[in-house]
Design a protein. Structure first.
Length: 149
């Protein structure tokens, strides 16, 4: 049933609340290592060079895939969120935990000797904004809420 606190354009033809556009950007931010992995896999000769450019330490690459798992799962389940309601409902806390892990990851790399650069600072700022958005956006909360029938 439609809720009156959201604009009518926020609903699809079936009366379900649409996922916000920023949700997709947050998923891309969280799954950034997965995106790099897919790009490196699709470019045959430059794949290894691309991975070495962003992840000179291969352990960081494999560890970087872990926080992206909830985002990849959200990408896959977004079209079937009314089929897997309980799993979809459990994804919001997982996305927030993954975002907190990504937020803490960059400073840990800095403390372990990785140089502080503009890209790292931009990622930290983007992670902070994404975490605040995940925590405070009402439409986002409503999209993950269990619907009462």
């Amino acid at each position: 049933m439609k809720n009156t606190e959201f604009h009518p354009a926020d609903y699809d033809n079936h009366g379900h609340l649409r996922l916000p556009f920023l949700f997709w950007l947050v998923l891309l931010l969280q799954a950034r290592t997965w995106v790099l992995f897919v790009i490196a896999g699709s470019s045959r000769e430059q794949g290894t060079a691309l991975l070495n450019l962003f992840y000179p330490d291969h352990d960081n690459f494999w560890l970087g895939l872990l926080p992206g798992i909830p985002a990849v799962l959200a990408f896959l389940l977004s079209g079937r969120r009314y089929t897997f309601v309980r799993l979809w409902h459990a994804l919001r806390p997982l996305l927030m935990v993954a975002q907190m892990a990504l937020l803490c990851w960059q400073p840990v790399l800095w403390f372990n000797g990785s140089p502080v650069n503009g890209v790292g600072l931009a990622l930290v700022v983007a992670d902070i904004v994404a975490l605040l958005w995940l925590l405070t956006n009402r439409r986002m909360r409503a999209c993950f809420a269990l619907e009462k029938e």
